[in-house]
Design a protein. Structure first.
Length: 222
């Protein structure tokens, strides 16, 4: 034996070494998919501190009924009655805290029909050409002149989520739902913010239509 390897053998060994090196590198650099949470956002109200005091009295503060998925946000014990056209009402609508810089009522299309309001689809905080409503609390009644919306479906994303999915604030994505009513919902608005958990918000009409509570899997699609 001469101890000299044939060229074909050398090439095969080099290919295997290169393949193994890249395979190991790929394993190290692979990023785990972030945990995707899809929640149904039932009808609710956001209030300014001033409007809260009009409805609940001077110095009123929201108290926590239940913490929500996003840190620092909660469903309050305090509720209001919504009074729409022709005195149609929905009672015990929960306020979400903490107080905001604007007051807003978020309803489903079914709620709008019940109240006799033609709901526009809007991003939260966008109140141009939106209807108003009367809010009744234990200490007063407030006419909200605008800000009643059906919030467009959206996905909250933090910095890591934005990088993982390759999107930016204001982009649109789709949500594929695997259930006994399989559906792909298009046009989810990407809403990016620091220290935000990955979370999709659907309203009650959408959640019921796709049987979300019994879904086996959900996927975000760019």
């Amino acid at each position: 034996m001469t101890g000299v390897l044939e060229r074909s053998t050398v090439e095969r060994i080099v290919r295997q070494v290169v393949y193994d090196r890249f395979a190991q590198s790929g394993t190290r650099n692979r990023v785990a998919a972030p945990r995707l949470v899809v929640n149904i956002s039932a009808r609710h109200i956001h209030l300014t501190q001033q409007d809260l005091e009009t409805l609940y009295g001077p110095g009123a503060k929201l108290t926590v009924f239940k913490q929500l998925y996003q840190d620092g946000e909660f469903a309050a014990n305090e509720t209001l009655t919504l009074i729409g056209p022709r005195q149609r009402m929905i009672t015990d609508v929960r306020i979400l805290g903490p107080c905001r810089k604007f007051s807003q009522v978020e309803l489903s299309f079914t709620d709008g029909i019940s109240l006799g309001i033609d709901l526009p689809v809007r991003k939260s905080g966008t109140h141009t050409e939106t209807p108003g409503i009367y809010l009744q609390g234990p200490k007063g009644i407030l006419e909200l002149k605008k800000g009643v919306i059906r919030a467009e479906r959206h996905v909250h994303m933090g910095d890591n989520d934005i990088r993982y999915y390759g999107v930016k604030d204001g982009d649109r994505m789709s949500l594929k739902i695997h259930s006994d009513c399989p559906t792909t919902l298009e046009g989810l608005l990407v809403r990016h913010g620091p220290n935000i958990k990955l979370e999709v918000h659907l309203d009650t009409d959408e959640g019921n239509a796709v049987n979300l509570t019994k879904a086996s899997r959900v996927e975000l699609i760019k």
